[in-house]
Design a protein around this ligand. Structure first.
Ligand SMILES: [Mg+2]
Length: 203
């Protein structure tokens, strides 16, 4: 697979799904008090950040487009999440939200790679040195569409269900228990010389 060579000034990023990946999945979560960060997420993200990765959240929030809650509600949830993780010194470069319902035109709704391409342009990021972590097929696909080094599937949220029901199409993904383990995997494998084209399960 051909990927553009990263220039020396370009750093990698880790793109993070929100619900079911960073925080507990809750049906159309819309209130700050519903935010429950998974154990170990703060220190794990801080380690990625200290290793030079820029951190982004990329979240589909169709509840806005469906009229269940507003973008202001989404912002309030994100302020809570940012405050919770700031305790561990974590800072997100940017939080991308696609508020449209699935039947509405959307610029960035996953699996569109649009927000990852935007981040690459705005923040000088090499997507070939970047990763995406999520609990749904659309997260993995978003990463592949953008040309990241690897897409990682966590077993939290909907991840275990996807692992159980999906077939061979998951073979390109790294399948791993949770966000902290995903961070460890990236720290252990980033910088390995060649892009890897086959996936695997990590138990
Ligand atoms: Mg999710």
């Amino acid at each position: 697979m051909n990927r553009p060579e990263p220039t020396p000034t370009e750093t990698g990023a880790v793109f993070l799904d929100r619900d079911g990946t960073l925080i507990q999945e809750a049906h159309y979560l819309s209130r700050p008090e519903q935010v429950v960060v998974f154990p170990g997420v703060g220190p794990a993200l801080k380690r990625l950040q200290d290793a030079g990765f820029k951190l982004f959240i990329v979240s589909n929030q169709s509840g806005v487009g469906r009229g269940y809650f507003t973008l202001a509600d989404v912002d309030a949830v994100h302020r809570r999440l940012e405050a919770d993780l700031a305790v561990d010194g974590v800072r997100f470069e940017k939080i991308y939200v696609a508020p449209e319902a699935p039947d509405q035109p959307s610029r960035g709704r996953k699996p569109s790679p649009r927000f990852l391409l935007d981040a690459a342009a705005e923040f000088g990021i090499s997507l070939a040195r970047s990763y995406i972590i999520g609990d749904k097929w659309i997260d993995l696909e978003c990463g592949w569409n953008a040309g990241v080094a690897r897409s990682l599937l966590v077993r939290t949220g909907y991840g275990a269900e996807l692992e159980a029901t999906a077939g061979q199409e998951l073979s390109k993904a790294v399948i791993i228990n949770d966000l902290p383990q995903a961070a460890e995997w990236i720290l252990a494998n980033a910088g390995s010389a060649a892009p890897l084209d086959s996936g695997g399960k990590v138990t």
